[in-house]
Design a protein around this ligand. Structure first.
Ligand SMILES: NC(=O)c1ccc[n+]([C@@H]2O[C@H](COP(=O)([O-])OP(=O)(O)OC[C@H]3O[C@@H](n4cnc5c(N)ncnc54)[C@H](OP(=O)(O)O)[C@@H]3O)[C@@H](O)[C@H]2O)c1
Length: 257
């Protein structure tokens, strides 16, 4: 077991990539605290994770991390248990894929509140509670470095670019305290988030996108949530003891071209 007795927190752990990471962490012997807004979704995820055989290793926290109250609630919950935190995965995110000229101020603020400020202030609030050799993993996106035709991404790309900068600057600043900070930049992954942005496209645009994906992913398919779990386990584990400040593409080869 590569994460035996490690205490981990996964934001957005009730669905998609975060849930797959939480599941992989549990299988490797870690305890997990998953955070999301919807209590029903959190409960379903808790049941799924508990069915792996260690129900007492699964905790949930219902909080909106796009608000400072939500961030404070999660910090308080970690603090209350009195046990140090070993691994933080800043995964919860939002994607507004809308044309530049129609990005609203509310969409801009929400993107930065969740994709950037939540990672920033959650990490800051938890800083006194990290154990020796802690690992922070930010879930970025290929959209920080590569765009897709007809998928306007200005505000999403900007926020994930900011998250990459945060990853590098914190690796530099927190390294002397023995804290490692890395990011994973997934390619397109089949989750509720992706379906939300694709389902309402007109049929022709959907077909075009499908054809684009098929010819652009060297490995021939988009990702599944558990495609991201191996890299997360590696970065969380002591095997990555000398790995910090990296932005690791896990994208079926998409950004290689
Ligand atoms: N899917 C992709 O193609 C893709 C590609 C590259 C990068 N990513 C990144 O990967 C991360 C996970 O995406 P995903 O596709 O797995 O998304 P997802 O399936 O939609 O899951 C999102 C998770 O985040 C939680 N969440 C959303 N807003 C929240 C908030 N304000 N406060 C707390 N929790 C919140 C959701 O639960 P509630 O709704 O109940 O809050 C859910 O657990 C995101 O950062 C995304 O940008 C995704």
């Amino acid at each position: 077991m590569r994460l035996l007795d490690k205490r981990t927190l996964v934001t957005g752990g009730s669905d998609g990539i975060g849930l797959a990471i939480a599941e992989a962490f549990l299988r490797e012997g870690a305890d997990v605290l998953i955070v999301g807004r919807d209590a029903g979704k959190l409960d379903a995820a808790r049941q799924k994770l508990a069915a792996l055989g260690r129900p007492s290793a699964v905790e949930t926290s219902s909080a909106d991390l796009a608000t400072s109250l939500g961030v404070a609630t999660v910090v308080e919950q970690v603090k209350e248990t009195g046990r140090p935190l070993d691994i933080l995965v800043n995964n919860a995110g939002v994607a507004y894929l809308v044309p530049f000229e129609s990005v609203s101020e509310a969409q801009f603020q929400h993107s930065f509140a969740l994709n950037v400020a939540a990672a920033f202030f959650l990490t800051q609030g938890l800083l006194p509670h990290f154990g020796a050799g802690a690992s922070i993993i930010n879930i970025s996106s290929y959209f920080a470095r590569k765009m897709i035709p007809k998928r306007p991404s200005s505000v999403y790309s900007l926020s994930k670019g900011a998250l990459n900068s945060l990853t590098r600057s914190l690796a530099f600043e927190l390294g002397p305290r023995g804290i490692r900070v890395n990011a994973i930049a997934p390619g397109t992954v089949d989750t509720a988030m992706r379906r939300k942005t694709v389902d309402n496209l007109p049929a022709e645009a959907k077909a075009e996108l499908k054809a684009y994906v098929e010819r652009s992913y060297p490995l021939g398919r988009i990702g599944r949530p558990d495609d991201l779990a191996g890299m997360a386990v590696y970065l969380a584990s002591d095997e990555a003891a000398w790995t910090s400040g990296g932005i690791f593409a896990v994208d079926g080869g998409y950004t290689a071209g």
